[in-house]
Design a protein around this ligand. Structure first.
Ligand code: SF4
Length: 711
């Protein structure tokens, strides 16, 4: 344990996990700021971590369910009892030859996480708590460039040169999901003379800082880019040098043929961006020394794989691959493997696809299914028997939340079909209400973790240490420690190390470091080796041809060899009944639908934050509908309805309704006191849109069409 003072560690108020300094006084966290060794920023959520740490809602002892699942009745038990009973259930499942029916759902924030090791050694698998997010973009990058992108925040904004273009397409970078330093990096780049263009149906904080806001029709992203590609080819504005050397022979001509009819005018009709603006943006990008395109929600608001594909084509055509200000490719930190390395189960051999239990059904989908939907399906068809949840909230996080709640309470001959549901929690969540065991986790101020992801903006080119800065209350224990204990009991040959610190020390040996050395270095090790144009040294890209492959012949059969411009069905179907598109947006105040920020009084404060998620309605729309500020309305979709009040604004397109994501929790004192509704009640269960996803490449279902009714 460190002493009083400013102690380097890592924030975890959101998935960005920024390197921070925590000021500790008399054993209590008092203040948080960014770690200057990692560009030195912490956002408002991060600074409110003090309130999380000392929340009266913190769980401090293991609990065992006494009522039915969902009733939320528990009795305290000892850790010994919890570990033994859960461990016995896991041993029993494995003895029955069904280890692959155990999944742990957690945010895979570091490849060093001992939970991964446990799953591989035991024979279960990770059902990532990450939803589908930008998975189609990863797939697209792999297909076109032959490798995993540095995807989470594509442009390294601190490398954008003067005159560079930063294009945020449906990305709320000022919402702090990637790194609290990102907004400053963007603003600094603007100071250097770069341009910021925001393409979004919603006027975000990013848009308020932009040189140009383009209020696109939701799901029109692919059409916009195809229109730009047409113009760039037509005017010969592409990067000839890059294309000549690095694009596979024949692909340019094929692309020219394909986009012949995708004129700016034709695409304008789809995306609702004037043809003149499509041309203007294309020319701006083509002439700029760099273009960095960040997209996330843009993908989720549209036909994901098609957009991912057009994104990679645009990058290649404009030569913005692994260049300053463009799309970085990751650099790998050579951490050491901890021997013996367990081999994960062969899910395909077991009849599983990684996105679900039925390979025949899921094999054709090119994206990662969201955990909530997968879990509900797998429980129903007896493919999931033990679910261990950690830092995830499937009962609230995703569309299909009701299906999840029903699935975990399904019974067969009087016994739950899901035999065991364990949830690690800092404080009760919607999910813990259904758990058989609720285990009190440590906060991020009380645990050791070695954070490394090859593609992370924060420390993708290095590692960051999270270390305990204060004592954990009561009997809290970090989930990693407990998984190591189960590992020692159930698969001891793979857990022959002392504890988590020993485990991290062995990994850090690969870069000549140790936990102690990392502590002494201020918690961050970043060799600064990101580099550019690494494909040149590597002798080409990771594709079979070693070149950039614009055309995807393997998806010819699915009609997806080229990106298709059409709007996703989610945005066009039943438009007469449901005239508005719901835009599910985020702000700097809350992360996901986790309890941590929503239960934080500083972030639900009426002055500094949000108390409820009112429906944002364009003022012109409101006038047409006879709505006034604060009027109560019902939002109705094909799958559900919620009642909230309206906030009038000009920040949103007249054909859209905005709803802040993540509200609607009924657990925790602030959640109960505050208002707010869950957008996930409106968004159809992924299962309902599977046929569309097959057609469009997945992931359109974080939004939907809605009707707005006064009263
Ligand atoms: S962006 Fe996320 S991780 Fe970074 S300081 Fe803010 S809340 Fe913490």
């Amino acid at each position: 344990m460190q002493h009083d003072g400013w102690i380097p560690t890592a924030c975890y108020q959101c998935k960005a996990e920024c390197a921070i300094l925590a000021r500790v006084e008399n054993g209590r966290v008092k203040e948080i700021r960014g770690n200057p060794r990692a560009r030195g920023k912490a956002c408002v959520k991060g600074m409110a971590g003090v309130s999380l740490q000392y929340s009266p809602d913190r769980l401090t002892q293991p609990l065992k369910r006494t009522g039915e699942r969902g009733e939320g009745r528990f009795t305290p038990i000892s850790w010994e009892q919890a570990i033994e009973e859960i461990g016995d259930a896991m041993a029993d499942l494995r003895d029955r030859g069904q280890a692959h029916k155990l999944t742990a759902s957690f945010f895979p924030h570091s490849i060093t996480d001992p939970k991964w090791r446990f799953l591989n050694a035991y024979g279960g698998f990770i059902n990532t708590a990450l939803p589908h997010c930008d998975s189609a973009k990863i797939v697209a990058f792999i297909k076109t460039f032959g490798g995993v992108p540095n995807h989470h925040i594509p442009p390294a904004f601190y490398t954008v040169p003067k005159g560079g273009v930063m294009l945020l397409v449906g990305r709320h970078a000022f919402g702090g999901l990637d790194n609290a330093a990102v907004p400053q990096d963007i603003l600094d780049a603007r100071e250097r003379g770069a341009k910021l263009v925001v393409v979004d149906p919603f006027f975000t904080q990013d848009a308020s800082k932009a040189d140009w806001w383009i209020p696109i029709r939701p799901s029109g992203d692919t059409a916009l880019f195809l229109g730009m590609i047409h113009h760039i080819l037509d005017k010969k504005l592409y990067d000839e040098d890059f294309v000549q050397h690095w694009v596979r022979e024949g692909d340019l001509q094929r692309l020219k043929d394909y986009v012949k009819d995708k004129t700016p005018k034709a695409m304008s009709a789809l995306c609702d961006v004037p043809a003149s603006d499509i041309k203007k943006l294309a020319e701006m990008c083509a002439k700029a020394p760099s273009v960095g395109i960040d997209s996330f929600k843009g993908i989720m608001l549209g036909q994901a794989l098609d957009f991912g594909h057009v994104w990679t084509i645009f990058l290649a055509l404009t030569g913005n691959v692994d260049n300053p200000g463009g799309q970085p490719m990751p650099d790998v930190t050579p951490l050491a493997a901890v021997e013996p390395v367990p081999t994960p189960p062969d899910l395909a051999e077991l009849g599983f696809h990684r996105t679900g239990p039925d390979r025949d059904v899921f094999g054709k989908y090119s994206f990662i299914m969201e955990p909530t939907w997968y879990q509900a399906q797998a429980i129903k068809n007896d493919s999931l028997k033990i679910l261990i949840n950690s830092e995830a909230n499937p009962a609230l996080t995703e569309m299909g939340q009701e299906a999840w709640r029903q699935a975990v309470t399904l019974k067969d001959n009087g016994r739950y079909k899901l035999e065991l549901l364990v949830s690690y929690e800092i404080m009760h969540s919607e999910t813990s209400r259904y758990a058989d065991y609720v285990l009190p986790d440590t906060s991020y101020f009380e645990r050791w973790e070695l954070l490394y992801m090859p593609w992370w903006y924060n420390y993708g080119h290095g590692v960051v240490l999270r270390q305990p800065v204060v004592e954990a209350p009561g009997q809290c224990r970090h989930s990693n420690e407990v998984f190591i204990e189960w590992g020692k009991r159930l698969c001891p040959e793979y857990f022959a190390f002392a504890n988590d610190i020993d485990y991290y020390d062995r990994q850090l040996a690969g870069v000549g470091l140790s936990v102690r050395a990392l502590q002494d270095m201020g918690g961050v090790w970043s060799p600064g080796t990101m580099g550019f144009r690494k494909y040149k040294e590597a002798g080409g890209f990771g594709t079979p041809s070693k070149k950039v492959q614009l055309y995807w012949e393997d998806l010819e059969v699915a009609g997806q060899a080229w990106p298709r411009p059409d709007l996703a069905p989610e945005y066009t179907v039943d438009a007469e009944t449901y005239p508005f598109v719901l835009i599910s947006y985020r702000s700097i105040f809350h992360q996901g639908s986790g309890q941590w920020t929503h239960n934080n009084p500083q972030l639900r404060d009426p002055v500094s934050g949000l108390q409820e998620n009112m429906a944002l309605v364009n003022t012109n729309t409101a006038e047409r509908l006879g709505l006034a500020e604060g009027d109560r309305v019902k939002l109705i979709s094909r799958s559900g309805e919620v009642r909230t009040s309206v906030k009038l604004t000009e920040r949103i397109r007249p054909d859209c309704i905005g709803l802040h994501h993540g509200f609607g929790s009924q657990m925790g004192r602030v959640a109960v006191l505050g208002a707010g509704v869950s957008d996930n009640l409106l968004i159809p269960d992924a299962g309902e849109t599977l046929s569309w996803q097959d057609v469009i490449g997945g992931e359109s279902h974080v939004s939907t069409r809605v009707q707005l009714v006064k009263g």
